[in-house]
Design a protein around this ligand. Structure first.
Ligand code: PLP
Length: 428
């Protein structure tokens, strides 16, 4: 992905545009997010740290819900919690009126422990085990999304009263995104394509225990072109008429100066326009955004550990691919700034502390005179970074700090070295 390289003044402004709404640079030159000076957040909570502007998170969720219900009153926004499976986020988003999509037993357990109403949960997975389905059915999840005939067989064995289900279909739609993100094309491992989808629908229509409410599709992630979304809605027509259509997530977000994704209003506008043309007027529509709900309200803070001048100059920080797998997995490009010298400077490569060359955070980013112990802030890291955090090289997974109106609180503490040894069984 290409990033524009604006001059110094534009860079400071352009950078602020990537941080949560309301972020600013104070008179001393310090970046302020959610009313808090970023260097002080780093001092108080340590680094690396995931910082979330809670108001920005809730505003985004509420805005999406309103935009959708304004255009299609019988509709629901369900947060794809794989993007940020943190109990404080489950709680904040459920309170903001969103349902929650969980992929498997772990996310289901986290959502339940956050106090989410089980009826508001949608269970996903292309390889749901009997244990996971039992957990879901016993908890009373609202909807189970059927991915395959084995899901049907297992549910038929364990459901005692009635379970609402959707069938995940393959709409046969190609999208412009990283190939690992595309899921709606023929040959996808997710869902059922014709004619197997029609067969599953027919089997479910005759089931006593499984109540087929409708169909589900999800065409991919980080999609910045709206046309495939409309085409995918049209593609649902061939599967029949239903009470519920779950149209998935996938809206792209802004990571860099040059990214220009559609707004969520444009996204739901496109989906609703296609639904008006192709789907029954009385149907309930569900969307399942993940990335676009949480990405923009999250930032990651690091401390610079080493500056190795050269060509390129390497700026090494105290985190890396253990707290942000997006770069290594998907070549995701980010921008960054020193917290108290925002924008501009010379181009450097920011790298992590892990033992492989693939552990790079950002190639060719302009930083103003980076030195050891500076705090580095990387915007748009609210999605899939916490979710994919790992212990590579013994890294302790970072804390999550929620900030609101000048007050910060830890909602996930930093992992300790003792935590990392907890599962080890020591035999003498
Ligand atoms: N729904 C399903 C079934 C998914 O697999 C995903 C992501 O992989 C999403 C929703 C959320 O997608 P995104 O985070 O791109 O909005």
């Amino acid at each position: 992905m290409v990033s524009l390289q604006p001059d110094f003044a534009t860079t400071a402004d352009a950078l602020l545009g990537l941080f949560p709404d309301g972020s600013y640079v104070d008179d001393s030159g310090e970046l302020v997010v959610a009313g808090l000076r970023v260097s002080e957040l780093a001092e108080t909570f340590g680094t690396p740290a995931y910082v979330v502007d809670e108001d920005a998170l809730v505003r985004q969720a509420t805005g999406m819900r309103t935009a959708f219900t304004d255009r299609w009153p019988n509709s629901r926004v369900v947060f794809a919690s794989k993007a940020f499976p943190c109990t404080a986020a489950y709680r904040a988003l459920a309170r903001a009126g969103l349902g929650i999509d969980v992929a498997g037993g772990g996310e289901l357990t986290a959502a339940l422990s956050a106090g989410v109403d089980p009826a508001e949960l949608v269970l996903h997975g292309n390889a749901k085990t009997l244990e996971e389905l039992n957990l879901a059915v016993d908890a009373g999840v609202g909807i189970v999304v059927i991915d395959n005939f084995d899901d049907i067989d297992r549910l038929e064995r364990i459901v005692r009263h009635e379970q609402r289900v959707l069938v995940r279909v393959v709409p046969d739609i190609h999208v412009e995104t990283h190939e690992a993100f595309a899921t709606g094309q023929m040959g996808s491992k997710f869902g059922l394509a014709s004619p197997e989808a029609e067969r599953a629908i027919s089997v479910l229509r005759h089931s006593d225990r499984l109540h087929l409410a409708g169909v589900h599709m999800h065409i991919g992630s980080q999609i910045c072109d709206l046309k495939p979304f409309a085409a995918a809605v049209e593609a649902l027509v061939r599967f029949g008429e239903f009470d519920v259509y779950d149209l998935g997530g996938g809206l792209g977000v802004r990571y860099t100066y040059s990214d220009d994704p559609p707004s969520f209003e444009q996204w739901v506008g496109t989906l609703v326009e296609a639904a008006r043309e192709f789907l029954p007027a009385a149907a309930q529509l569900i969307i399942e955004p993940g990335r676009s709900v949480v990405a923009g309200s999250g930032i990651t803070l690091y401390r610079i550990v080493s500056v190795k001048p050269g060509s390129p100059t390497f700026v090494a920080v105290d985190g890396g691919m253990a707290d942000n797998m997006e770069v290594a997995l998907y070549d995701q490009r980010y921008e960054a700034t020193i917290a108290n010298r925002v924008g501009g400077g010379s181009f450097v490569n920011i790298v992590g502390r892990h033992c492989e060359s693939g552990d790079r955070l950002i190639n060719g980013v302009a930083l103003r005179d980076p030195v050891v112990d500076d705090v580095l802030a990387v915007p748009s890291t609210g999605a899939y970074c916490f979710a994919l955090a790992n212990n590579y090289n013994g890294a302790r997974r970072p804390p999550v700090v929620f900030c609101r109106g000048g007050v910060a609180r830890v909602v996930v503490r930093r992992e300790t070295y003792d935590d990392m040894l907890l599962r080890d069984v020591f035999d003498s």
